[in-house]
Design a protein around this ligand. Structure first.
Ligand code: FE2
Length: 517
């Protein structure tokens, strides 16, 4: 992939830019709008080549959106949508980082907005709405940041900090991912209080359930039998525990199905699931929980990169809860598992990884709005032999990517061939879609000049036989003309099928799901 010098800074809390820390705002971000145009070629050979190092044309996707809610019927459409594509692409993401004179610091901190692109009769309609989380409501009513976010900490007393740590009074700003549990739609962040919402009106409808811990992931899995949710939680306090819990579709009461004590929990954004195992990958980005309460620093700035710990895989039997491992290998950092499955006595775990946790600091808004590059993730396959206690690893495909998607319904927990994601190219930001063939070890890409796609959501064609028979739905920011469009690609060829223009620029977000009609 694009091999270029990039500043992969190790995580240094004290050097991180912050617009707001205890003591008040340091100042509003001024965006250096220096668009240095260049050209790049992207081919289907699996390797993109760069002619000229470009451009800050992607920066408009970091602007806050001042809209509270909007509905538009019949978006301007080019191309022809497949007749079978009926349903809604639902997405969440940060939309606003400013509160009065204060600013939220990190990309992960912005107040959540839900978006819906609804496909019906060959047309696309759009709706969006800010999520009435208690964090957003408090900020709007007081004009100040009231709740701690990932990289922002409102000024609070020591008592308030400790109280916040050991009580559920923490942010519920659900800007990371969404999903459903039976008939209920749920928007999530990494705190234990996901927000239920109405998929038609996009209105928030209260706390969906409370996870059994202080931290959880916004990447739950669904059990194939009955649709129960499986997720991870970390219980922090005098004694810390990793936990996995199960939530039945009609229930609001999570049941802990596996747990293990841990001294310094690792930051965990997702986990793997095979037919037998819940797969915990502990990257060596760890925290002494007492620091969260006492340090006075935003939550994530209490974590420390300790590569000497390596990466540790612990496997929990899905049915008995029994743990095996940890199985140790080299130090990596990563947000997203791609897939996991068992084959010939091995457990295969595919993960988008980076060489260290510097990406966390790289995603502060001040750095992003300055045009500093996003570190490039690669897809790495870990082969774990539980009987021998060994782990080996290899790079899977030449094109690195993150925000991975697979044909989940068909392939999760099982051997698979295709994964899709977004790669960081010459722009320093996500500027191309990657389709990876993980069996062949090859990949191909889609891009347009000055265009910046987000996570490609795969939607299978009903009745499809091939794993990649379907479409990808991705939101693309057009840095040359401004604005965001929904682009529909053929998932196999990456050829464009259709595009629909959104009524405004949608700030770069994280994850979404397609709900069939
Ligand atoms: Fe994620």
């Amino acid at each position: 992939m694009l091999q270029r010098t990039r500043e992969d800074l190790p995580f240094k809390p004290d050097s991180s830019p912050r617009n707001y820390v205890c003591g008040g705002p340091i100042g509003r971000v001024q965006r250096p709008w220096t668009a240095l145009r260049g050209r790049r070629r992207v081919g289907t050979s699996g390797v993109a080549t760069t002619e000229t190092y470009t451009s800050n044309t992607h920066l408009g996707g970091f602007d806050s959106l001042s809209v509270e809610e909007k509905r538009v019927e019949g978006l301007p459409l080019e191309g022809r949508l497949p007749e079978w594509l009926q349903g809604s692409l639902l997405r969440t993401g940060p939309a606003r980082w400013e509160v009065g004179e204060q600013s939220l610091n990190h990309w992960f901190d912005g107040f959540a907005m839900l978006h819906r692109f609804a496909f019906k009769g060959g047309n696309v309609s759009y709706a969006c709405r800010m999520v009435e989380s208690r964090a957003y409501r408090a900020a709007r009513e007081t004009g100040e940041i009231a709740y701690s976010e990932f990289g922002t900490d409102p000024c609070r007393s020591l008592f308030a900090r400790v109280f916040a740590m050991f009580s559920p009074k923490i942010s519920d700003n659900p800007n990371v991912n969404l999903g459903w549990l039976g008939e209920r739609f749920i928007a999530m962040t990494e705190t234990p209080i996901p927000v239920e919402f109405d998929p038609e009106t996009l209105a928030a409808a209260g706390v969906a359930y409370e996870a059994p811990g202080l931290l959880t992931t916004a990447h739950p899995h669904l059990d194939r039998d009955g649709g129960a949710m499986l997720n991870y939680a970390a219980k922090l306090g005098p004694r810390n525990r990793y936990r996995f819990f199960r939530l039945e579709p009609g229930s609001r009461e999570p049941r802990v199905i596996a747990e293990r004590p841990v001294r310094e929990p690792a930051y965990m954004h997702s986990f793997g699931l095979s037919e037998r195992w819940l797969v915990l990958a502990e990257f060596p980005f760890v925290v002494n929980p007492a620091r969260i309460a006492l340090s006075g620093r935003p939550y994530i700035e209490n974590y420390r990169w300790k590569p000497e710990l390596g990466t540790r895989f612990t496997l929990f039997d899905r049915h008995t809860g029994e743990a095996t491992g940890p199985f140790e290998t080299d130090a990596f950092f990563g947000f997203h598992h791609v897939n996991a499955f068992e084959r010939d006595g091995e457990l295969i775990v595919d993960v988008c990884v980076l060489k260290d946790a510097g990406v966390v600091a790289a995603l502060y808004m001040e750095r992003l709005r300055r045009g500093e590059p996003h570190p490039l993730a690669e897809v790495r396959r870990f082969r774990i032999d539980p009987a021998a206690g060994t782990v080996s690893h290899e790079r899977l495909v030449p094109d690195g990517f993150d925000l991975p998607r697979i044909n989940y319904g068909r392939c999760n927990e099982r051997p698979y061939r295709c994964a899709w994601g977004v790669g960081v190219g010459a722009s320093g930001w996500f500027d191309h879609i990657v389709r990876a063939d993980v069996e062949a070890g090859s990949s191909k890409t889609w891009s347009e000049p000055d265009c910046f796609p987000g996570e490609p959501v795969f939607v299978a064609r009903p009745g499809a036989e091939a794993e990649d028979d379907g479409v990808l739905l991705t939101l693309v920011f057009d840095g040359a003309r401004g604005g965001t469009r929904l682009v529909v690609l053929d998932a196999r060829s990456l050829e464009e099928i259709a595009r629909a223009e959104a009524p405004h620029t949608i700030p770069y977000g994280f994850h979404g799901q397609f709900a069939r009609a």
